[in-house]
Write a protein that binds this ligand. Structure first.
Ligand code: USQ
Length: 388
C-alpha cells in the first residue's frame, strides 16, 4: 500500500513510518517539526538526541534498507496538503499531525487556541483534500480514550448508542466527557469525522488510544533510529515520566490520590495495532471506532510497578503523591470494550513490567543528559490556575 503519515516526526509517527516501510509499504511522511520546537519552548527535549528528519531517513535506508519520502509541511496549509495528497494519491492517510499534550493545551489562552486551531483545521483540511482527490482513501485518525473521560458505565466500541428520553428512543453519538482542551479538540474532531462520513461517505477509522509507553519497536534497533521520548510535565506521559524519575532518583509522582485508571499500550503493540487497522481497512464508506488499549492500571499501581522493577535493577526509588494539577476523577469505574482489534488478529506482545525494564535500561546511558532537565519534571501547569 501507499501510506501518507501526517505527523511523521513524532513518537508514534516515526515508529509507524519505520514499521510500515519495513513491511514493504510505500511511506510518505509529512511534518512541520512543531513538536520539536514546542518541547523546547517548555525548556525540555527528547531523552534521546533526535537526528534531523533527513538524517533519520538516511539511517533507515542504511540500517533497514527502506526508503521513506519526507515533506516538511504544515497541514494547516490546505493548498500544500492537497498538493501532497494529489501528488502521491495514497491508499490511506494516517493523521497524527495534532498538538497532543493535555497540559500544553491548558497553559493559557494562546495554547488553548493553538490546540483547537491546529487540531480542528488539520482534520478539516484532510477531509476536504480527500474529497477533492479521491473519497475512497482510508483516513486513519488518532483520537484518544480521553474523549470518553471516565464514565460510570462501560465504554463501548461503537460510534453510537441508543438512548431513551421521556419514553422516546433514538440513536446518538456515544457520550463523551473530556478533561482538557486537548482532549476536547479530539472529541470535536471525532464528531467532524462522523459528519464527513455521513455527508461524503468517507472511509474512516477513529482510534481511541490510551497513553503509550516504551522506547523500543522491532525496527528501532540502533541509536540512529530512535523515536522521540518525552518526560517533562507538559509532554511526558505517565509511565515514561516515572521511568525517567526513577533513573534520576527523583520521587515518582502520582497526581492526587493516584486512583486515575487508564488503558495503556506499549509502543510496539501500538505499532502492531495501527498496522493491522491499515492493512484491514473498514468497508468503503464505513466510520469505524476502535478502542486501542491493552492493560488497565491506576497511576498508583504503575508507580509501584516502576519502583519494584527499578529497585530490582539496583536503583533507589521512592513514591511521593503530589497535589493534582488537573481536574479529573481520582477514583472511578473504568471498563473498556476491545473487540475489533482481536477480531482482526491483534495479539499484544508486550507487558508493562517488561517494558519498564527496557525503558530504564535504555535511559541509563542518558542519565547525564536527563540531569540537565530535572527542573521541568514536577508539574507546574495547573488546570485551575491557567494563565490568562
Ligand atoms: N499522571 C500522574 N503523574 C504524572 C503524570 C500523569 O499521576 O507524573 C496522571 C494524570 O493525572 C492522568 C494520567 O496520569 O490521570 C494520564 O496522564 P498522561 O500525562 O500520561 O496522559 P494524558 O495527559 O491523558 O495524555 C496522553 C497523551 C495524549 C493521549 C492520551 C491518551 O499525551 O496524546 O491522547 O495520553 S488518554 O490518557 O487515554 O486520553
Amino acid at each position: 500500500m501507499k501510506i501518507l503519515i501526517l505527523g511523521a516526526d513524532g513518537y508514534l509517527g516515526w515508529s509507524l513510518a519505520l514499521r510500515l516501510a519495513k513491511r514493504g509499504h510505500e511511506v510518505i511522511g509529512v511534518d512541520n517539526l512543531y513538536t520539536r520546537n514546542a518541547v523546547r519552548e517548555v525548556g525540555s527535549d527528547s531523552a534521546f538526541p533526535l537526528p534531523d528528519p533527513e538524517e533519520r531517513i538516511t539511517a533507515a535506508r542504511k540500517l533497514l534498507d527502506v526508503n521513506i519520502t519526507f515533506h516538511r509541511a504544515d497541514v494547516k496549509d490546505f493548498d500544500k496538503l492537497h498538493e501532497i495528497i494529489q501528488k502521491h494519491k495514497p491508499d490511506a492517510v494516517v493523521h497524527f499531525a495534532e498538538q497532543r499534550s493535555a497540559p500544553y493545551s491548558m497553559i493559557d489562552v494562546n495554547h488553548a487556541n493553538y490546540t483547537f486551531i491546529n487540531n480542528l483545521t488539520s482534520t478539516i483540511n484532510l477531509i476536504y483534500s480527500i474529497i477533492k482527490v479521491d473519497p475512497s482513501i482510508h483516513i486513519l485518525k488518532m483520537g484518544t480514550m480521553g474523549e470518553y473521560g471516565t464514565p460510570n458505565y462501560d465504554i463501548l466500541e461503537s460510534p453510537f448508542v441508543e438512548v431513551e428520553i421521556n419514553g422516546k428512543k433514538d440513536t446518538i453519538p456515544f457520550p463523551k466527557w473530556a478533561s482538557s482542551w486537548y482532549h476536547w479538540s479530539k472529541v470535536y474532531d471525532s464528531y467532524n469525522l462522523l459528519w464527513a462520513n455521513k455527508v461524503w461517505n468517507l472511509t474512516i477509522t477513529d482510534i481511541m488510544q490510551g497513553p503509550v509507553y516504551g522506547t523500543r519497536t522491532e525496527e528501532i534497533v540502533n541509536e540512529k533510529l530512535r523515536t522521540r521520548f518525552d518526560f517533562d510535565e507538559v509532554w511526558g506521559t505517565v509511565v515514561n515520566r516515572y521511568c525517567v524519575e526513577a533513573v534520576l532518583g527523583i520521587p515518582l509522582t502520582p497526581y492526587g490520590k493516584g486512583g486515575q485508571t487508564r488503558g495503556f499500550i506499549s509502543l510496539e503493540d501500538s505499532m502492531q495495532a495501527l498496522t493491522i487497522l491499515l492493512e484491514h481497512p473498514p468497508n468503503q464508506g464505513e466510520y469505524r471506532v476502535v478502542n486501542q488499549i491493552h492493560e488497565v492500571y491506576s497511576v498508583a499501581q504503575i508507580a509501584q510497578m516502576v519502583k519494584e522493577v527499578a529497585e530490582f535493577m539496583g536503583l533507589r526509588v521512592t513514591i511521593q503523591n503530589v497535589k493534582n494539577p488537573r481536574v479529573e476523577k481520582e477514583e472511578h469505574y473504568y471498563r473498556v470494550e476491545t473487540r475489533i482489534l482481536p477480531s482482526l488478529g491483534f495479539s499484544p506482545k508486550k507487558n508493562m513490567k517488561e517494558e519498564i525494564k527496557n525503558i530504564i535500561e535504555d535511559l541509563i546511558p542518558y542519565k547525564n543528559r536527563l540531569e540537565s532537565f530535572k527542573h521541568v519534571i514536577l508539574p507546574k501547569t495547573d488546570w485551575r490556575k491557567g494563565r490568562t
